[in-house]
Design a protein around this ligand. Structure first.
Ligand SMILES: CC(C)(COP(=O)(O)OP(=O)(O)OC[C@H]1O[C@@H](n2cnc3c(N)ncnc32)[C@H](O)[C@@H]1OP(=O)(O)O)[C@@H](O)C(=O)NCCC(=O)NCCS
Length: 166
């Protein structure tokens, strides 16, 4: 059974491995193409946000294995503090089992507690699984950002999507 819980510093190693393995997939799903942040940096990051009301990381755990990650961060601009950005990934072995949906449900629950009214995210236009997940959950396409991200040695487009909470 897969559960979702807040990440702790002890998850740093597993989270780095998850991100690196998703980053190595041929689908070019996420920004990272090489090493993720180091385990020590990940541990520091997890410790920092543990005390931070404006950001959170959750993990999906199947038994003792970390199979998914959700990251949330409130927009720092004073006029858009009701907005938060999210990112997520699920281990290849655990896709199409509802884990991505569980992580999005957690994002909505965090938003409610953090008084965030709008969740937004960027997704690459070729990432059909992610576009399908977000649209099935109720995210809307808000825009198309050309050459918005540097990925490896190329500039790539991104679809901007949003979900209104409550
Ligand atoms: C995108 C991703 C998070 C989806 O996670 P998931 O756990 O497989 O999603 P779910 O099982 O909750 O899927 C929910 C619904 O989304 C849609 N969906 C998900 N993956 C799909 C796919 N490959 N093709 C078509 N529809 C898909 C379906 O409607 C699915 O419902 P169904 O399985 O009952 O048909 C996962 O594929 C992933 O981690 N990909 C690599 C990293 C990534 O792309 N992250 C997002 C970056 S923006």
């Amino acid at each position: 059974m897969t559960i979702v819980r807040p990440a702790s510093a002890a998850d740093a190693h597993a989270l780095v491995e998850l991100a690196e393995s998703v980053g190595r997939e041929d689908g070019r799903w996420i920004l990272g193409t090489g090493p993720w942040r180091s385990v020590a940096d990940e541990r520091r990051y997890l410790r920092t946000i543990d005390r931070h009301p404006d950001a959170a990381v959750y993990v999906a755990e199947d038994g003792s294995r970390i199979v998914g990650r959700l990251s949330l961060a409130r927009d720092p601009h004073p006029a858009s503090r009701h907005v938060a950005d999210l990112g997520l990934m699920v281990a290849e072995s655990h896709r199409r089992q509802g884990v991505g949906t569980m992580l999005l449900e957690q994002a909505v629950s965090w938003a409610g507690e953090a008084r965030v009214r709008k969740l937004e995210l960027h997704v690459f236009p070729w990432n059909e699984p992610a576009l399908a997940l977000y649209e099935s959950f109720g995210f809307e396409r808000e825009g198309y950002r050309k050459r918005h991200y540097e990925r490896g040695d190329e500039l790539v487009d991104a679809v901007l999507m949003a979900y209104f909470v409550g």
